[in-house]
Design a protein around this ligand. Structure first.
Ligand SMILES: [Zn+2]
Length: 173
């Protein structure tokens, strides 16, 4: 075998191996995750998929902070600067996904550094919020956007996220 042939075989093997690693880490498709969220919410209608954008945590923090400056002012009024800062920092620390229908009604942002099952379950969580807000919130009886409505929306997203996460852990082992 010539040296060139050996080089070509090694290169092909590296490319195939790389592809295999990429595919095995890719997990489920966004369509599958979307179907999971819809099924859990008992939504059968044909709904346009949201656009999913994977970004750094720093970018998520920037997006959230730049869109919620007024929120910080309100917190300062309500609870004083110290508590408001604490709460603000907690949001900045904990943000890993964002769906914000006020600015991007069809875009979901996800922290790209999360491990696979966490990343997918946070995506499912944000997809639930997307579905809750779809068509002006007329899906899933979520027209009511008062505190109780928000609480229900968050509980629903968290329970579907948890169910997906547990199933993901089992299927990936
Ligand atoms: Zn949520």
């Amino acid at each position: 075998m010539t040296k060139n042939k050996v080089t070509i075989i090694v290169v092909v093997w590296i490319v195939l191996f790389g592809l295999f690693v990429a595919l095995s880490e890719a997990g489920r498709s966004e369509t599958e995750l979307f179907s999971f969220a819809k099924k859990e919410m008992k939504i059968e209608a044909d709904i346009t998929m949201p656009e999913v954008v994977f970004v750094s945590k720093l970018y998520l923090q920037y997006l959230w902070a730049s869109r919620n400056i007024g929120v910080h002012d309100k917190w300062v009024e309500a609870m004083g600067k110290e508590e408001a800062d604490k709460m603000w920092n907690r949001y900045m620390d904990e943000i890993i996904g964002l769906f914000d229908p006020r600015f991007d009604p069809s875009v979901i942002y996800i922290d790209d550094s999360l491990v696979l099952c966490k990343k997918e379950s946070i995506l499912v969580h944000e997809m639930v919020h997307y579905l809750q807000n779809y068509n002006g919130g007329r899906m899933n009886g979520l027209l009511n956007r008062d505190a109780e409505g928000h609480f229900f929306a968050e509980m629903q997203a968290q329970s579907i996220e948890k169910k997906f996460f547990e199933a993901c852990l089992v299927s990936n082992n």
